[in-house]
Design a protein around this ligand. Structure first.
Ligand SMILES: [Cu+2]
Length: 188
């Protein structure tokens, strides 16, 4: 401390405290930056989990997403699976039927541009990207019809692109379901 300048003891204590807190803040910022760099590098070095790729040019010709497979079916292991394809400017199928109160696995992809969908106000929500299969599992407790709009801007017809999801009683669904056959509904 320069002898020519007289600080009161209180001012010196305040300055020490400010310096201490400045170091604390600097340490917090350093830790946050270090975490960002570490997670960025770590994730860049790891393959993302559960990535399934598919050739959008041959979707309609062979494989899981041919027309006969689209819709809802009960798999041999009892899982309920919905398969759908998005294209400008519709979903196939246009009306999806699912049983209430049952885990339903969605498997979807897009054939031309990036699309997406959300089912009503539920958290069933995904993007559909050409070349990739999007999958998630959701349950719909309420019987009823939900709108399923495309929620990724996909071109001039985007706002007219939506499907319907009919959530029906589980027993009714199981009675209609036939092994190895996909079903869909007729929009009302
Ligand atoms: Cu779309």
């Amino acid at each position: 401390m320069n002898g020519a300048v007289h600080h009161s003891p209180g001012a010196e204590a305040a300055e020490r405290a400010e310096r201490r807190w400045a170091w604390v803040v600097a340490a917090i910022i350093f830790v946050l930056i270090a975490m960002m760099v570490w997670t960025g590098l770590h994730w860049a070095a790891m393959p993302p989990s559960r990535v399934e790729v598919i050739d959008p040019r041959t979707l309609h010709i062979s494989g899981e997403f041919v027309e006969d497979n689209l819709g809802t079916r009960v798999e041999a292991d009892g899982r309920v699976v919905v398969r759908l394809v998005a294209q400008q400017y519709s979903f196939t199928p246009q009306c999806i039927v699912v049983p209430a109160g049952t885990p339903v696995t969605f498997r979807g992809t897009a054939s031309d541009a990036i699309h997406g969908f959300v089912v009503g106000k539920t958290n069933a929500n995904t993007m559909l990207i050409p070349g990739f299969v999007a999958t998630f599992t959701a349950s719909f407790p309420q019987v009823g019809e939900q709108l399923m709009p495309c929620h990724e801007y996909c071109g001039t017809g985007h706002e007219g692109m939506w499907a319907r999801v009919q959530v029906i009683d589980k027993l009714d669904f199981m009675q209609q379901a036939q092994p190895g056959r996909s079903m869909s509904c007729v929009p009302r």
